[in-house]
Ligand binder design. Structure first.
Ligand code: GMT
Length: 374
């Protein structure tokens, strides 16, 4: 099949999922065309099955906001005609589903039909898309898609609760290439981050408010009082400065390393002992799955789709949002006993194996086939 994938090319989970999906589809013989404003961050390898087309938005001083949707729609029309694209798969509804609908309409004028598959990722529904300024357009473009998927059951429930949806919604969960996270815990160069007797705690996100970054710092503050440890903060975002200030206030700056955005998540997770994800809302929690695939147990909130990924008392622990004391206690209970830690690490890996890429990608292929018949 010739498939166009539209996504955000940044470090966010939706772009990562879209990129990994495209690469796996290409290995299965499909022709994949990424259409976005930059080459996706995890797309380092273009080959005869993987292509990248950049959406350019020319600057014009009249515009206070540059019309990205317009440029994207036009690009989609051109690419569908040039490469005989059979399916448009858009990740994150805003504004991709809307732009795809316009492209579909323009192509129909020339008797070309290309179905739209929209994958909802989370904040396009729970935070941004739900805003009254966007809601009518988001509802419209979801309903006009030929197939709709969500990355968890929880996100499907939220979509049906918050929007007037006439479309069937298929749950196709996020996934992971388990091979990328196969490593030996004794060979991870953990010495670069901590001394032998110290445990390594990790948090990875875009450091936005929804991730409750101050909770991450406070949980670590409680942990390090009981267990010699270091905290690695991966990612960039608006909460970073506040987090650094909180570390100074709590006098733990020397134990916390902010590494910024990284393309070496697998290396960092390789030497991590525990992952923290206390988010306010989370449709899935891809970073938690990446941690688990590396054999890192997860201390998280029970928000949104996280309980579908992290199993309480097995791969880690779940607590109510804001339950810093509870999360700290659970973290310490895992870290303070080597045998318990080993068990949780093994369980985390086992739980992650339910989300292997080869189990999930055929589900998208089935959705494409269905959309083609619509
Ligand atoms: O978490 C973010 O703020 C980034 C956002 C995105 O669109 O990239 O992540 C969302 O999609 C990910 C991939 O499907 C999910 O794993 C995240 O849980 C989801 N984030 C939220 O729902 C807050």
């Amino acid at each position: 099949m010739r498939i166009a994938i539209v996504c955000y090319p940044t470090f966010g989970g939706s772009g990562v999922v879209a990129t990994e999906l495209g690469l796996e589809l290409s290995k299965r013989g499909h022709q994949i065309h990424f259409i976005t404003y930059n080459q996706p961050v995890r797309l380092d390898l273009l080959n005869e099955n993987v292509h990248f087309h950049e959406v350019n938005v020319p600057e014009y001083p009249l515009f206070h906001y540059q019309p990205y949707e317009l440029a994207l729609s036009s690009k989609l029309v051109d690419m569908v005609k040039l490469h005989k694209i059979e399916v448009l798969h858009v990740h994150y509804a805003i504004p991709h589903a809307y732009a795809a609908y316009m492209a579909q309409k323009m192509l129909l004028e020339e008797d070309i039909f290309v179905p739209i598959v929209t994958t909802l990722h989370g904040t396009d529904i729970t935070l941004v898309g739900n805003h009254p300024f966007y809601k009518p357009a988001v509802t419209f473009s979801i309903n006009k898609s030929n197939a709709v998927t969500t990355v968890s059951q929880s996100l499907k429930d939220d979509t049906l609760r918050l929007f007037d949806i006439k479309q069937e919604i298929n749950v196709v969960t996020n996934f992971i290439d388990l091979n990328k996270y196969e490593h030996n815990f004794t060979d991870c160069q953990r010495g670069v981050m901590a001394q032998d007797h110290e445990k390594i705690i990790t948090h990875i996100s875009n450091l936005r408010q929804v991730k409750r970054i101050p909770d991450v710092i406070k949980i670590f503050y409680n942990i390090q009082k009981e267990i010699p440890s270091k905290l690695i903060m991966v990612g960039e975002g608006p909460e970073r400065k506040k987090a650094e200030a909180l570390c100074r206030e709590l006098n733990i700056s020397h134990k916390v390393v902010f590494v910024g955005n990284s393309n070496e998540i697998d290396r960092i997770l390789c030497f991590s002992d525990l992952f923290l994800l206390p988010s306010e809302t989370e449709s899935f929690g891809l970073s938690a799955l990446e941690a688990m695939a590396s054999g890192v147990p997860v201390i998280s909130s029970d928000a949104g789709g996280i309980p579908e990924v992290n199993l309480n008392g097995f791969s880690g622990y779940l607590s109510p949002v804001g339950g810093v004391e509870n999360m700290s206690k659970n973290a310490i209970s895992i870290l303070q006993n080597e045998e318990t830690l080993r068990l949780f690490k093994a369980n985390a890996k086992k739980q992650a194996s339910n989300f292997g890429i080869s189990q999930i990608v055929p589900q998208y292929e089935a959705v494409y086939q269905k959309a083609l018949k619509s």
